[in-house]
Ligand binder design. Sequence first.
Ligand code: ATR
Length: 265
Amino acid sequence: MAERLKHHQLGLFGHPVKHSRSPQIHAAFAKQFGIDLDYQLIDASTATLPQQFKDWMQHAHGCNITVPHKNNIMPLLDHYTERAHLSQAVNTVYWQAGELWGDNTDGDGLVLDLQQKNTTLKGARVLIIGAGGATQGIIPSLLNHGVTHISIKNRDLNKADKLAAQFDRCATYDPSDTSGFDLLIHATSMGHKGLCPSLESTWFNANTTAYDLSYGRAAEAFLKAAQAQGASRVFDGLGMLYGQAALAFEIWFGHRPVVSLPPGS
Ligand code: ATR
């Protein structure tokens, strides 16, 4: 009962953050358990992040971290989890025994959403387009859930090579590989400019699922192109956003909320 009456301060550090849906998502989760929380949006520059974070965490239950601070936050923490270390990014901060821990729920949030969409990961061949922070954040979780192979395709080949070298069962995309993919993930930032990478017909078969880590308008160009190439199912990343939030909420409160996406998504 004491837990139910306590007021919990949470928030999101990033730049920009004002359009974030996280306050509404966490308010809905908190309602499921009768938890009282106040989720704030904190705009922080790279220069001001350390002091803002230190001051704010004095009285907060935890926080989320988003672009561009998922890596910048790491030196400000006492510890981070294995999955945060592997992805070199933290999206969730929590207190444990008076010390600050960082975790990363992005990859498992994606997996949770894919599972809810009945997408089989065990034995899957995956192609990820993009080799930035978003890609690094999801590879450990995909590997943990039994994907057989991950190809990484990127404009800057060196970045793809470097990322592939860090993980088992990962390789830079080989254009002579025409076996097709079960799951195609778009992880570049191009969609935010209305752009889309060019897609090869050889990547698709009757069972290919296409997934964009972005959601809404930013995912439209890729999902339309994937559909035109014959993808059997296409999804934007709204479910991943909810999934990572549900897992963060579970870290803070020990309860996994039920995720229900807004109608039409
Ligand atoms: P994020 O954290 O969102 O992954 P990032 O680390 O800056 O952001 O990575 C952005 C990704 O989008 C990279 O893979 C980048 O390709 P490069 O490594 O070649 O720069 C990709 N990207 C961004 N704009 C692109 C464009 N116009 N064409 C192709 N790839 C693009």
